[in-house]
Design a protein around this ligand. Sequence first.
Ligand code: SF4
Ligand code: SF4
Length: 108
Amino acid sequence: MIAPCGLDCSACDIFRAPGDPETMGRILRWFEKERGLKLREEDVHCDGCLGDRSRHWSADCWILRCSVDDNGLRSCAECSRFPCARLEEWAGSDDGYRKALERLKSMV
Ligand code: SF4
Ligand code: SF4
């Protein structure tokens, strides 16, 4: 369940929501309050970044597109340019992303 970017999809609220009513309720309330969106439970789903793309929550993610779609890889750790400057910049924007990049580095 490790995503191409190194994040753990199994720990993601969107991934867990369909089997977890408390998480689902929190997500639906968040979208209504913060985004003015009234989502239905069936709108909230994701099979993980290496799962069915038609059910992916963020199918247009640039990391997913670069690693999986453009380069045919399962993760950035398999890339000859890893870690590229854009991935380093992404990792510098958030502690969770930094940890994800460190996880990928440990997989090389
Ligand atoms: S959608 Fe993109 S940034 Fe989010 S976990 Fe998947 S590969 Fe990583
Ligand atoms: S170029 Fe960067 S974002 Fe694309 S697969 Fe390689 S390391 Fe990942």
